[in-house]
Design a protein around this ligand. Structure first.
Ligand SMILES: Cc1cc2nc3c(=O)[nH]c(=O)nc-3n(C[C@H](O)[C@H](O)[C@H](O)COP(=O)(O)OP(=O)(O)OC[C@H]3O[C@@H](n4cnc5c(N)ncnc54)[C@H](O)[C@@H]3O)c2cc1C
Length: 343
């Protein structure tokens, strides 16, 4: 049995044939496995839900990306675990997709299976019986949409995630990326999360285990093979009006500073002591356009698909920003989003 990571690591799994070919095969060491046996297993469990060649532009906030060889929406954690285990047993590369809010997927698509996480269960605590109850734990499935979750918390007078109302994507994506805004982030609220390990074990890990840093954790990068199943968050009880007022302030700030439309949020991490957007603007690239792809004229760290852009155009703008900022200011801009698939 190869090490668990090797079953999904791109370095050991080579794709052969065109994305359209029904006879896709994967080579891992000496094993040759037809994709069809995986599809047959998926169909046995999930009926007609798996789709071939599903355009990823339907599932990413940049509205970009060619077809996923196989795309499977899952509705709960048991289905998520089953789908991941099946992909691993059949040595098919897999991507667990949340809201697609932090990804650029290539125009030629993505091999293997994209598992769309739509698990949606939330366990809210009962309302406090006395004023001495100040904190509460909330457990949410990894597929729960973060802005929606933050609004539901606000309506119950649960404070701590007000920053998240304008951050698209899922709880799972936010746990992986340590999403955050306005001086807070997931690491502030996470108590522990349940994970599916690269070996297929379900384990709860405390927040300290995640090595959280600015927009990253030890889970980031799909080759790591850790899947987030559920998160337990600590929230504070507060008057509903107070929590809602903070939500409104953050929403207004966001509307005033960020472009609407198809983006992936901040393209680059802010370098220490500076802002990626300021550097790109100072390099003269704010508003720069390539076909239908544009560095936003409102906020230079947001890259927009104006409608019909290609992923290759966005990638070219990314490289242009990195090259120009490096040449002008000697600063290396590190991507916040993940780039994957074939271009
Ligand atoms: C308009 C806009 C504004 C934004 N503002 C902010 C902001 O203020 N702060 C901020 O931090 N981010 C921001 N973002 C970026 C984005 O919202 C976050 O990075 C978010 O956490 C991504 O979550 P997702 O579910 O969409 O992840 P996806 O893009 O679907 O996936 C990203 C990565 O996480 C992995 N992943 C997703 N779910 C799981 C899981 N359950 N288990 C294991 N791996 C998983 C994927 O495999 C992939 O590698 C913004 C994006 C947009 C479009």
């Amino acid at each position: 049995m190869p090490p668990a990571d090797a079953r999904v690591a791109p370095a050991t799994v080579q794709k052969i044939g065109s994305a359209e070919s029904l006879r896709q095969i994967y080579v891992t060491g000496s094993n040759i496995l037809p994709l069809e046996s995986f599809l047959a297993a998926l169909t046995t469990t999930f009926g007609d839900r798996p789709r071939r060649n599903e355009p990823m532009l339907n599932h990413t906030t940049l509205r970009l990306g060619g077809p996923a060889e196989v795309w499977l929406p899952v509705e709960n954690i048991a289905e998520l675990v089953t789908a991941v285990n099946l992909a691993r047993q059949h040595q098919v590369p897999l991507l667990v997709l949340g809201g697609g809010a932090n990804l650029l997927i290539g125009d030629a698509g993505i091999g293997g299976v994209v598992i769309q996480n739509r698990s949606s269960r939330v366990e809210f605590p009962p309302q406090p019986k006395s004023e001495s109850e100040q904190v509460a734990k909330v457990v949410a499935d990894s597929g729960v949409l973060l802005p929606n979750f933050a609004r539901r918390c606000a309506r119950r007078g649960l404070s701590g995630l007000e920053w998240a109302v304008g951050v698209p994507g899922t709880i799972g994506g936010a746990v992986v990326n340590n999403a955050g805004a306005y001086g807070s982030d997931m690491a502030h609220s996470l108590v522990r999360a349940e994970l599916l390990s690269p070996d297929g074990e379900q384990v709860w890990q405390p927040v300290g285990w995640f090595d959280y840093d600015y927009r990253t954790s030890k889970l980031k990068g799909r080759e790591k093979g850790w899947i987030v199943l559920r998160a337990e968050l600590e929230m504070a009880f507060a008057p509903v009006a107070e929590v809602k007022a903070r939500v409104d302030i953050f929403n207004a700030q966001r509307r005033a500073s960020q472009p609407p439309g198809a983006t992936s949020g901040s393209m680059f991490k802010n370098p220490p002591g500076d802002y990626a957007g300021r550097l790109i603007e100072a390099a003269g690239l704010k508003g720069h356009r390539l076909g239908q792809a544009q560095i936003s004229p409102i906020h230079a760290n947001f890259f927009q698909n104006l409608g019909g852009a290609s992923a290759a155009e966005i990638l070219r703008l990314i490289e242009m920003a990195q090259e120009t900022v490096r040449a002008r200011f000697g600063v290396e801009l590190e991507l916040e989003i993940e780039v994957m698939g074939e271009f």
